[in-house]
Design a protein around this ligand. Structure first.
Ligand SMILES: Cc1cc2nc3c(=O)[nH]c(=O)nc-3n(C[C@H](O)[C@H](O)[C@H](O)COP(=O)(O)OP(=O)(O)OC[C@H]3O[C@@H](n4cnc5c(N)ncnc54)[C@H](O)[C@@H]3O)c2cc1C
Length: 338
């Protein structure tokens, strides 16, 4: 039995959750990231935890488990806040079952034009993805985890034939009992260094942030025109499709358009100002499904999933158990690499 630590590569929401769950189970674990925690896709995320009602597919079930595990984490991780605000949705893309109960104007009183038909999803919620990532890492450290930030992993190391048993950090090598690749869009390149293929697609999206007075948006609002939610400090988040924008000027234009739409849609929003408009690249396997579990290369565990905020809680719990006990968790069974 190896006495080396488990090394988790990637301090986004996924790696942070896996590290926390490993440390909470008493494992010796080291978290390594090229930058600061949450500086990948996690930084640009809307942070919506939810699923389509009535979706009883395996993917829907996994999302429901994600919600359940976020409830648990909010109880056990100091300072971790999950806001179970619910989501008000309408329009073709988000809802086919809207009712005309007039509740939209009550739930979101600042909407300038509340929809006649809408649907409220009381089970949905949101979190601030970077803050949640930081809280998970702090709790992991409280449980003995080590961290190395600003440290890119240059290669997975296989000193004994086909088994991954360490990572190379430039001129330094760290030995590991298991290496977890939770490196977002960097995962393909890392797996390739161990001869393992992890096909992923490029999936960019834009996140616009507006500074606005707190309390304008009560929960999550989503329809065919826009999605929006507001953080406790007043920051409004509006995620948008990416349409080949390729310069800061293009992005600022997207930000200004989003602001205009927000001002038109919410009373009292005239003061809203664009804080940023940035592209986030969502880590997504080529078939769109999560890829979680030991690969065919011994010692190499992979954790890449979309939607990663919703799923990080359950995947963190399941991955930690699989790594430490060699058990296989049923909810991950159809999401293996092969
Ligand atoms: C605009 C937008 C909106 C979204 N909205 C939602 C939503 O509402 N709900 C939801 O569930 N999901 C949402 N997502 C998706 C979600 O944000 C991602 O699935 C999730 O953040 C992925 O987390 P991760 O930890 O896997 O990857 P990342 O956050 O990308 O973290 C990977 C980390 O690995 C590090 N890394 C990479 N290569 C190396 C290396 N060689 N050495 C060391 N470190 C390395 C990076 O620095 C990075 O910190 C959204 C995404 C975007 C872009």
């Amino acid at each position: 039995m190896s006495t080396h630590p488990v090394i988790v590569i990637g301090a986004g929401i996924m790696g942070a959750s896996i590290t926390y769950h490993l440390a909470a189970r008493g494992a010796d674990v080291t978290l390594v990231d090229a930058g600061l925690p949450g500086s990948g896709a996690t930084r640009h995320s809307f942070g919506w935890i939810g699923r389509m009602p009535g979706d009883f597919s395996p993917a829907g079930d996994l999302r429901a488990l994600g919600r359940h595990h976020w409830e648990r984490l909010a109880r056990e991780v100091p300072g971790l806040e999950v806001h179970w605000s619910g989501a008000l949705v309408w329009g073709e893309h988000f809802s086919s079952v809207g009712t005309g109960d007039g509740q939209a104007a009550v739930r979101e009183p600042n909407l300038t034009s509340a929809p006649a038909r809408s649907e409220f999803r009381p089970d949905d919620g949101w979190l601030n993805p970077v803050r949640a990532t930081e809280k998970l890492i702090s709790a992991a450290q409280e449980n003995g985890a080590s961290v190395r930030f600003g440290t890119p992993v240059t290669r997975l190391v296989s000193s004994r034939g086909d088994t991954v048993d360490g990572v190379e950090l430039g001129s330094e090598t760290l030995d590991a009992s298991t290496v977890v690749v939770a490196a977002g869009i960097g995962s393909t390149a890392l797996c390739a260094t161990a001869g393992r293929s992890l096909p992923m697609i490029s999936s960019p999206a834009i996140m616009v942030r507006l500074g606005a007075s707190p309390g304008l948006v009560r929960g999550i609002v989503a329809n065919d025109m826009f999605e929006a939610r507001q953080d406790v400090d007043g920051t409004v988040l509006i995620p948008l499709d990416y349409n080949t924008e390729s310069s800061m000027e293009d992005l600022m234009q997207v930000g200004m358009d989003a602001r205009r739409l927000f001002v038109k849609s919410f009373k009292g929003a005239q003061e809203a100002a664009v804080l940023s408009a940035e592209i986030g690249w969502r880590p997504m396997a080529a078939d769109g499904e999560p890829k979680v579990g030991y690969s065919e290369t011994p010692g190499l565990y992979i954790a890449v999933a979309h939607p990663g905020i919703t799923l990080a809680s359950v995947i963190g719990d399941a991955a930690a158990e699989e790594i430490l006990t060699q058990a296989t968790r049923d909810e991950l069974a159809i999401y293996r690499l092969n």
